[in-house]
Write a protein that binds this ligand. Structure first.
Ligand code: FAD
Length: 203
């Protein structure tokens, strides 16, 4: 959006060396409620084994929004989001919208759901509806090229080292996950509130 010419050298360097998070695979599903035991949490994280390196990590995360707000799903159903991390799918650059895309998407869905069965047996048969997101989906719909979440939350990209609301250009502000305080719905809300303070400070 802004020509590099208008940026300070330090900002240009920060943009050029920005490290992004890995990406991931997501399944949005409507499922029968009876697949979840009564004491199931709204968020369940599962790793099938101990991994020496985060690069090898296989992890599945179940986020049941309708556990928190029953109105989000019809009676007897749940609105489930499965976030699935797998070395076979995390790398954004490895994804292409080519003739293999649909097959690869299906293969990742099958791998994720096989792992999901380990946590909630019967979940595959309880699926009413599914739609999947690949790293390319986040690029298409959210303009997240590279990582699914944006800039990594590393020490060198955190707090004062992260992008701030104010920029090198007067009256141009930044908000959202790549800015302080960072990734996640709560953090981006804080970023927006902080930004509003810069634009219209309370009197
Ligand atoms: C699949 C997935 C699951 C997640 N789950 C959780 C969770 O459970 N809890 C949590 O706290 N966080 C979660 N996150 C992270 C959280 O959603 C993000 O950190 C947060 O939404 C980022 O907010 P944002 O406003 O910076 O960007 P976004 O929410 O990505 O909003 C940016 C918007 O700008 C639009 N846009 C981009 N470029 C342009 C353009 N040129 N012109 C017009 N519009 C444009 C995009 O379409 C998008 O609507 C998840 C993220 C993903 C991808």
């Amino acid at each position: 959006m802004v020509d590099r010419y208008w940026l300070k050298p330090a900002t240009r360097k920060k943009v050029d060396t920005l490290k992004l998070t890995d990406s991931f695979f997501t399944i949005f599903a409507g499922v029968d409620a009876n697949v979840f035991p009564p004491d199931t949490d709204a968020h369940v994280l599962y790793m099938d084994q101990y991994y020496q390196s985060v690069r090898d990590l296989r992890l599945i995360c179940f986020c049941n929004s309708s556990f928190k707000d029953a109105k989000l799903a019809p009676p007897g159903k749940h609105a489930l989001q499965i976030v699935y991390f797998d070395p076979l799918s995390n790398e954004y650059a490895s994804w292409r919208r080519d003739e293999y895309y649909a097959t690869r998407k299906q293969a990742m869905f099958d791998r994720a759901m096989t792992m999901a069965e380990e946590v909630f047996p019967g979940i595959i048969d309880s699926l009413d509806y599914t739609i999947c997101g690949t790293p390319l989906t986040y690029a298409d719909y959210l303009a997240k090229w590279g990582g699914g979440w944006g800039a990594q939350m590393t020490i060198d990209q955190f707090a004062f080292n992260r992008f701030q609301n104010k920029t090198d250009i007067r009256h141009l502000f930044l908000v959202g996950a790549d800015t302080h305080p960072g990734i996640g719905v709560v953090s981006v809300t804080m970023s927006g509130i902080n930004c509003a303070y810069h634009i219209a400070p309370p009197r």
